[in-house]
Design a protein around this ligand. Structure first.
Ligand SMILES: Cc1ncc(COP(=O)(O)O)c(C=O)c1O
Length: 435
């Protein structure tokens, strides 16, 4: 059943280009794929060309395309009730909140607020931290990505935040270990100690009594799966406790199974005060995100009004979708799969590194992984060439500087993964010739 005219691939691309704006690119450089359908880890364009989705779209489609269970849940909910004001509530909101707090979030997380996506989850987290602590300054790392709305963009420490310059007063950037310079330290312990001291000094210089919260991408995602050194988060937790600062983990990309645990912070030995999530909660079938808070923060908002809200918070379609998606995670044991396939992928990536001198580093935790080219090769031109060449091999991903993500749906099989790695090997044969 079609409610609109059938378009050719050329018409889809032409009308999209003529009447819509693409994000993050100069419009003349927008090179898009007109996608007609998807199934599992693959999607097809209007010519029938099949692509391997090596980064699960935006590292969100953890269950893969066209999951019938989730589609049926959306259809059922749409027929029953698409939307009510967030002032009212629904069975799906109640059930999803209970499921997340009881079975999914770390035990010390006691309440959840549902948002539309990741950036607004971080917006709310900022506002909650400021209200809870009565302090103004918010710390986040250079090079981190926290979203593209105005406040989240001020958290973001990448160059692409420039359209939000000058920064809103009170948003303070610091260098943390997501700036990868391992070789500059004799060992992991001294790397940890260096970044902890840098952070503590900066807090003291900003006046610790003014600092409300420190935000982290638990594993830095879009910059290339950067895993902090041992003891770093545990040390940050101590600093936060010393000065009464809240510690916020942005798990928008790595929450919901990506690293083999529901939340990536569970790979370490510390407890954040707030966790934000989005992508994997609904895997892109319908938008939904959220903010998880501790009992103490939840209690604070018993008497103090929550100072934020949007028309579409706790959207019924989003909540119904997340409930079905969580069932898929559980039935298909996707966390276990992510952890196991991650071990396989990690070993294969190390083999690839050994075989290709143009590879500087590989990083992997669960199915969050990346390969990085030699720093001397860093250029926008080579970055675009690598993505183009992967696309020619019918394999899509994205990256940052000279790092490229390998983060397929968690449903990926070894054979499917190998197909992607064959494409990667081919492109690395080319980058080796540039040395
Ligand atoms: C770590 C992180 N935080 C926040 C966001 C923003 O999420 P959204 O695009 O859903 O607003 C992203 C998106 O990629 C992300 O990776």
């Amino acid at each position: 059943m079609n409610f609109y005219p059938q378009l050719t691939k050329e018409e889809v691309l032409e009308k999209s280009r003529k009447y819509s704006l693409y994000t993050w690119v100069a419009q003349k450089d927008a090179s898009s794929i007109a996608v007609e359908r998807g199934e599992g880890v693959y999607f097809w364009d209007y010519d029938g060309t099949r692509y391997f989705d090596m980064n699960a779209q935006q590292v969100n489609n953890n269950i893969g395309f066209n999951n019938k269970k989730v589609i049926q849940a959306i259809q059922r909910q749409a027929e029953k009730l698409c939307y009510v004001s967030p002032r009212y509530t629904t069975d799906v909101r109640a059930l999803l909140a209970e499921k997340i707090i009881r079975d999914i979030a770390p035990d010390h997380m006691k309440k959840v607020m549902f948002t539309l996506g990741g950036a607004d989850a971080n917006e709310y987290a900022i506002r909650m931290c400021k209200a809870f602590t009565g302090r103004d300054k918010i710390f986040s790392q250079y090079d981190a990505y926290h979203g593209s709305t105005y406040g989240a963009c001020n958290l973001t420490g990448q160059r692409k935040r420039s359209s939000a310059n000058p920064q809103i007063p009170g948003f303070i950037k610091f260098w943390g270990p997501n700036r990868d310079m391992k070789e500059e330290f004799p060992d992991e312990a001294s790397r940890t100690a260096f970044y902890l001291k840098t952070l503590r000094d900066q807090i003291l210089n900003e006046g610790s009594e003014n600092v409300s919260a420190i935000f982290f991408e638990t594993i830095a995602g879009s910059t290339g799966a950067i895993i902090p050194p041992k003891g770093y988060y545990e040390g940050v937790r101590k600093i936060c406790d010393e000065f009464g600062i809240l510690m916020v983990c942005d798990e928008v990309m790595v929450g919901f199974g990506r690293t083999g645990k529901w939340f990536a912070c569970e790979n370490f030995d510390f407890k954040p005060d707030i966790i934000t999530f989005a992508k994997g909660a609904t895997c892109g079938y319908v938008p939904l995100g959220g903010v998880l808070v501790t009992q103490e923060i939840a209690d604070f908002f018993e008497d103090t009004a929550l100072p934020c809200g949007l028309t579409y918070n706790s959207h019924a379609l989003g909540c119904a979708t997340a409930l079905a998606v969580i069932e898929v995670y559980e039935e298909e044991k996707l966390l276990e799969r992510s952890a196991e396939m991650g071990k396989y992928l990690s070993a294969r990536l190390n083999e690839i590194k050994a075989a290709h001198p143009s590879v500087y580093d590989v990083r992997c935790l669960g199915l969050m992984s990346a390969f990085e080219l030699q720093p001397s090769m860093k250029s926008q031109e080579l970055f675009n060439t690598v993505l183009d060449k992967l696309k020619q091999e019918k394999c899509t991903t994205f990256g940052y500087d000279c790092s490229f993500l390998i983060a397929p749906p968690l449903t990926v099989t070894k054979d499917e993964l190998e197909e992607g790695l064959r494409a990667v090997n081919k492109v690395l044969d080319y980058t080796d010739t540039l040395l």
